[in-house]
Design a protein. Structure first.
Length: 161
């Protein structure tokens, strides 16, 4: 028993005081959801007992544009009928902030629900940050609501092979 007059004012005789501490954790590139990082000796401290560990669990935030599957990124892109017939040429901002130009091959037609693979434009592989996954684009083609009768003849002549 500790005499009340000699008792510590901070811990009130419990030999432990509450404290907060900021810890910084370096997360590897491409770390998957649920990955755990352990910081040894930074947990709760009790007299005559070794301090515990702090376990940090990574939770990957969802993105409005990209969906992540492993190291691969998936993106839905809507293009006009004109772009699907004449070719796409647009830019996107990657998750790392880089601006990337996306173009299809000349003469290549983009069909509804077709896929385009952009090699090495995905996320870095976990524990292998110098290799990247792929970026997959899934195209939906927006068709016009109606065609002007004056343009119908010209369109029919151009598309008739």
């Amino acid at each position: 028993m500790i005499d009340l007059k000699k008792r510590c004012k901070t811990c009130k005789g419990k030999k432990v005081k509450r404290d907060k501490k900021k810890l910084s954790v370096e997360i590897d590139k491409g770390t998957p959801n649920g990955e755990q990082y352990t910081i040894s000796g930074e947990g709760d401290c009790v007299p005559d007992v070794d301090p515990g560990d702090v376990i940090v669990v990574v939770r990957v935030r969802t993105n409005k544009i990209y969906t992540r599957k492993g190291a691969d990124l998936w993106m839905d892109k809507e293009v006009s009928l004109l772009d699907s017939l004449t070719g796409v040429n647009f830019t996107i901002m990657h998750l790392d902030g880089k601006i990337i130009r996306i173009q299809n091959k000349p003469g290549e037609i983009i069909k509804p629900n077709s896929m385009m693979t952009c090699p090495d434009l995905g996320m870095p592989f976990h524990k292998t940050p110098y290799k990247n996954g792929n970026l997959y684009l899934k195209f939906t083609v927006k068709f016009p609501e109606k065609i002007d009768p004056k343009q119908f003849g010209a369109i029919n002549q151009i598309l008739t092979v």
